[in-house]
Design a protein around this ligand. Sequence first.
Ligand SMILES: Nc1ncnc2c1ncn2[C@@H]1O[C@H](COP(=O)(O)OP(=O)(O)OP(=O)(O)O)[C@@H](O)[C@H]1O
Ligand SMILES: N[C@@H](CCO)C(=O)O
Length: 307
Amino acid sequence: MQLGADHVQVRVPATSANLGPGFDALGLALALHDDLDVRALASDEVVVEVEGEGAGEVPDDETHLVVRALHAALDLAGAPRTGLHLRCVNRIPHGRGLGSSAAAVVAGVAAARALVADPSVLDDDAVLGLASAIEGHPDNAAPAVLGGATVAWGAGGRGARAARLDVHPDLRATVLVPSSRLATSRARGVLPERVPHADAAFNAGRAALLVEALTRRPDLLLDATDDRLHQAYRADVMPSSFELVQALRSHGLAATVSGAGPTVLVLSAAADLDRVERAADELVGGSADWVVRRPDVDTRGVVARRH
Ligand SMILES: Nc1ncnc2c1ncn2[C@@H]1O[C@H](COP(=O)(O)OP(=O)(O)OP(=O)(O)O)[C@@H](O)[C@H]1O
Ligand SMILES: N[C@@H](CCO)C(=O)O
């Protein structure tokens, strides 16, 4: 397989995983994007320039996450690894539970798909499978690939799979992003090996209800986002986020920890945005530790174009 282009541009969305009860399964794409400009070089040199989130922190060589994913995808497609000039404009904050690492991996794989002569060898299933294998979290990778809301699952030897849901046009997302970071590995390390059967049954019912709430009945979001499998267990490693979720829920708002935290996500109907804004203002307004943003739902997923 040869390359069919030497210059591509990629736009990839942030994602919020779990959405309460859908631990490791449900995710939502948010219109907060990283933009990448990727050039294949004739030499084997790798140059990485980063502006915005992660600048001065992430590697600037072939160990950069986007480059690693891009090279792995070229390998999978049977195309030669090339040198690269990668320029990233990053807007997704790192280590906050907004899927920055999944976005980086999905962007790298999508860039490879746009670079190779026959993109059909890297269809959405292959992109999702490879991205999940590299990053480990199909619940972030799936909405980053497909847009909208997704249900992801591991299909044994067939790798990660995902189904896309068309979210209700009235669904709105508000994120409360703290200045502090939390590594996903740390947030996973505090989860118990076993949970009570009643809690597993509770979450199964709420996750099923959440599909209905996301797609047809936003009025059900408060009940549908309740969870007993992960958030309370993680309270000690993100106490402020856990308290904020509880406070927002006591205002009748469908708040959850976003992914592995510590960002807090509030889902609502458009008509309830004023209520969300007032509650956010009351709880974190004026605090230098929290930024409140209201990204649209991203319905496209990653987009990669030949230049
Ligand atoms: N755009 C990027 N370019 C290079 N490396 C990145 C990029 N985004 C994330 N990373 C790497 O991934 C790390 C963050 O991954 P982590 O899984 O802890 O958090 P997250 O992906 O932001 O949140 P979550 O997975 O909970 O949604 C960063 O510290 C950095 O090493
Ligand atoms: N479902 C994963 C998401 C990580 O981004 C977790 O909560 O650990």
